[in-house]
Design a protein around this ligand. Structure first.
Ligand code: SF4
Ligand code: SF4
Length: 107
């Protein structure tokens, strides 16, 4: 099993998740973070830490978010590890909860 970052992280990047992950499995893209499924130890610490409620176990993904499992696996191979928190994107609060953010994903 792994944990998966889903759509509501796009355009937010609060990075509170990075602070609590004991094994540095978050990878950073321009406006989204993903979890490396091969590094995640299923500890669940990142779930309550995420202000955007964007992280779920892969067997409990909300409706319409199933494709984020493959997206996390794919992008974690391409993006660098982020091992310390940083400031969120400037308009993160405006984007939090907005629907259909996948079209805004930057690779
Ligand atoms: S805390 Fe949540 S919204 Fe912020 S980067 Fe991590 S997964 Fe994305
Ligand atoms: S479940 Fe644990 S190991 Fe996996 S990404 Fe979250 S904090 Fe890191």
């Amino acid at each position: 099993m792994t944990y998966v970052v889903t759509e509501n992280c796009i355009q937010c990047k609060y990075t509170d998740c990075v602070e609590v992950c004991p094994v540095d499995c978050f990878h950073e893209g321009p406006n989204f973070l993903v979890i490396d499924p091969d590094a995640c130890i299923d500890c669940s610490l990142c779930v309550p830490a995420c202000p955007a409620e964007a992280i779920y176990p892969d067997d409990e993904l909300p409706e319409g978010q199933a494709h984020f499992t493959a997206l996390n696996a794919e992008l974690s191979k391409l993006w660098p590890v982020l091992d310390e928190p940083k400031a969120p994107l400037p308009d993160a609060d405006d984007w939090d909860g907005e629907p259909d953010k996948l079209s805004h994903l930057k690779r």
